[in-house]
Design a protein around this ligand. Structure first.
Ligand SMILES: Nc1c(NC[C@H](O)[C@H](O)[C@H](O)CO)[nH]c(=O)[nH]c1=O
Ligand SMILES: CC(=O)[C@@H](O)COP(=O)(O)O
Length: 193
């Protein structure tokens, strides 16, 4: 049997895409800064003109999953980091946007086998969101850590001969079979070789 765990010390070969919602960009720009700071401190070249991180801006959180899935499907990235800020208003709109973006991001990961990081704040107030985007702590940093860990973990799983999905189901596989495929990595992970 084996134990697989992502590391943070050998990030040099990893490639990331970051999808950012422009809505509430007072918050999302701060999440992005935290995310870049973390990646940079782990040896990643975060320059948009470099070769390791691509950035895609979309109008709002609702658009994030579509773009995240397209990027994940490209096979160019070890992880896709999604950043957004959904802040409750006076109508039920918040519930629709936050629910769809959460489901959509999960679906993008399941459908592609690529880690898609849920970095969308869902806050009752702007104050709550800002506190989580740099005033108290910056969750952008945490989301980058999640991407580093998952990118590293998936590389390990691939090189050990285990794969989250058979390559034939790499894109747009039905969610049921994807869920079953993920079960391969429960505590019953088969031995290597
Ligand atoms: N209200 C918020 C939105 N709304 C915009 C949607 O995300 C979307 O862009 C629009 O409905 C067009 O499809 N987006 C956020 O990211 N945060 C919000 O609080
Ligand atoms: C997240 C939202 O939907 C929010 O910004 C919209 O505000 P409102 O419900 O007042 O229209």
């Amino acid at each position: 049997m084996a134990v697989f765990e992502g590391t943070f010390t050998q990030a040099e070969p990893l490639h990331f895409a970051v999808v950012i919602g422009r809505f509430n960009d007072l918050v999302t720009n701060k999440l992005l800064a935290g995310c870049q700071d973390c990646l940079k401190r782990h040896g990643i070249d975060v320059n948009p003109n470099g070769s390791q991180v691509d950035y895609v801006w979309v109008p709002g959180s609702f658009e994030v999953p579509l773009v995240a899935r397209q990027l994940a499907t490209s096979g160019r990235y070890d992880a896709v980091i999604c950043l957004g800020a959904v802040i409750r208003g006076q109508t039920p709109h918040f519930d629709y946007v936050s629910s769809e973006v959460a489901k959509g991001i999960a679906a993008a990961a399941f459908q592609t086998g690529v880690p898609v990081i849920f970095g969308v704040l869902t806050a009752d107030t702007m104050q709550q969101a800002l506190e989580r985007a740099g005033i108290k702590s910056n969750h952008g940093w945490d989301y980058a850590m999640n991407a580093l860990e998952m990118g590293s973990l998936m590389r390990q799983l691939r090189s050990s001969g285990t794969q989250a999905y058979p390559s034939s189901t790499q894109s747009l596989a039905p969610s049921l079979s994807n869920t079953a495929a993920l079960g391969e990595f429960s505590t019953d992970t088969p031995p290597k070789g």
